[in-house]
Design a protein around this ligand. Structure first.
Ligand code: DOR
Ligand code: ZN
Length: 444
């Protein structure tokens, strides 16, 4: 099946070019360029009406939930949120119920997901100290490992268990994604915010990052530091760049929001790691532009509304649907370049997690594309969210740039900001040969 997208604008070699086309052949990009009267045969066509087409975002930090947490989110509602947010691939975290921590559970999760997903999904697993189990996790399709450092801290903070884990995955050529923070309770966060002093939390984030990177240097483990929320952490990461294969991410909320919002709206802005000061957010933005942070993620972490209203509210909120509009609004404001968005939200995540033929508009690459309407301005409202979690700390913010159409593996799954995919259009992402289903990359 050949699909022609015509009358579009493309960002090529640093410039936006008018009157372009993209020709898709099944799930791949066959050709693209300036229309110039070129005649091609096709089975279906879409008129982009002069709108810009970008590579879909690859969001490397997402909690899709489902299984026993499907009351918070399921594969369909989570990946539909991605589609409307211009996100065409996501990497799922393992803190599920049951947790994704052994090969059988991973297999169950993949089997459950494959017919429901509207975007491509890669799965991470909690690593084992057993080399054989880790090998099997990869064989079953794990794309990376993810560990929450606070789960391994004993009284002496000796991280002995994590040391063993790092050794057990060192040669596997897979990233170990690390959450390098302690869990701060909402009450504690409120107290710190009142004093306008998050130094304690930043000190811990920087300290734990230093500790894990020194272990990684010993074992040769490849590390990805999740949701960096303090500049000091980046300084540490930078110091280890020559010793460790280390990359880092920042969330859209740590770039744009700050703890004033926690004072204003309370638990709905509670997240782990907690929001920091306006000055810190600005500094993170600057460090992102300067290349000290590799990628931008959503950390989409939906919870039921009642769980957000407890005295000890769950941390996190649903961000996927706002990803592209938030980033394009920052471009409009002059805080980011369009090339930064493409680099940090599409190309680089594909490189870091070895997602072959994704993350760019190139011939032979998967047709994961987003048509954006850069003129469409809208005010964020909770009831527009397709996630099961109908609240957002971005409520009331005016954004510009709406993903009008989203193509996943060459299939249009969002037409005019309406989900038309039925589920199953997304593939299970693996960075090795996949063993799953007709829709795995290996058989595509
Ligand atoms: O805010 C967060 N929510 N941070 C985490 O590390 C976990 C996540 C979740 O799963 O809810
Ligand atoms: Zn997370």
């Amino acid at each position: 099946m050949r699909t022609l997208i015509y009358n579009c604008r493309l960002y090529i070699n640093g410039k936006i070019i008018e009157n372009c086309f993209i020709l898709l052949d099944d799930c791949f990009i066959k050709d693209f360029g300036i229309e110039n009267g070129v005649k091609v045969s096709y089975d279906a066509k879409y008129n982009a009406k002069g709108r810009l087409i970008l590579p879909g975002i690859i969001d490397a930090h997402v909690h899709l939930r489902d299984q026993m947490l499907s009351y918070k989110e399921d594969f369909k509602s989570g990946t539909a949120s991605a589609v409307l947010g211009g996100v065409t691939s996501v990497i799922d975290m393992p803190n599920n119920l049951p947790p994704t921590d052994d090969p059988a559970k991973l297999k169950d999760r993949i089997n459950l997901a494959k017919d429901k997903i509207l975007v491509n999904v890669g799965f991470t697993c909690k690593p084992s100290i057993d080399y054989v189990i880790n090998r099997e996790l990869i064989r079953q399709g794990a794309i990376a490992f993810k560990a929450f450092v606070y789960e391994y801290i004993d009284d002496n903070i000796n991280l002995g268990f994590l040391d063993k884990i790092m050794s057990a995955i060192a040669e596997m050529n897979k990233k170990l994604m690390l959450h390098c923070n302690i869990k701060a309770s909402y009450k504690e966060v409120i107290n710190l915010v009142k004093r306008r002093n998050m130094a304690k939390l930043c000190k811990i984030e920087g300290y734990l990052t230093e500790r894990v990177l020194s272990l990684a240097a010993k074992h040769g483990t490849k590390i990805h530091i999740c949701h960096v929320s303090c500049p000091v952490t980046l300084k540490t990461i930078n110091q280890y760049k020559d010793l460790v294969d280390v990359t880092s991410e920042v969330t859209i909320h740590h770039l744009i929001l700050n703890y004033d919002l926690v004072e204003r709206i309370g638990p709905l802005a509670h997240v782990d790691p907690p929001l920091k000061s306006k000055y810190t957010a600005k500094t993170l933005f600057k460090l992102l532009r300067e290349g000290y942070i590799d990628i931008i993620v959503s950390d989409h972490a939906p919870h039921a509304l009642n769980e957000k209203c407890l005295s000890d509210p769950k941390p996190g909120f649903p961000n996927l649907q706002l990803m592209m509009p938030i980033l394009l609004t920052q471009v409009k404001k002059g805080n980011l370049l369009l090339s930064d968005v493409i680099e940090r939200a599409s190309r680089k995540p594909a490189l870091i997690f070895k997602l072959e033929k994704r993350g760019a508009i190139e011939r032979g690459y998967y047709a994961d594309l987003v048509e954006v309407d850069l003129k469409r301005k809208f005010k964020v409202k909770s009831d527009m969210l397709i996630s099961k979690a109908k609240y957002t700390p971005f409520e009331g913010m005016t954004l510009i740039g709406l993903p009008i159409r989203t193509y996943v593996n060459g299939i249009c799954v969002n037409d005019d900001y309406m989900i038309i995919g039925r589920g199953g259009e997304g593939m299970i992402l693996t960075s090795e040969v996949s063993h799953y289903g007709a829709k795995s990359e290996a058989s595509a």
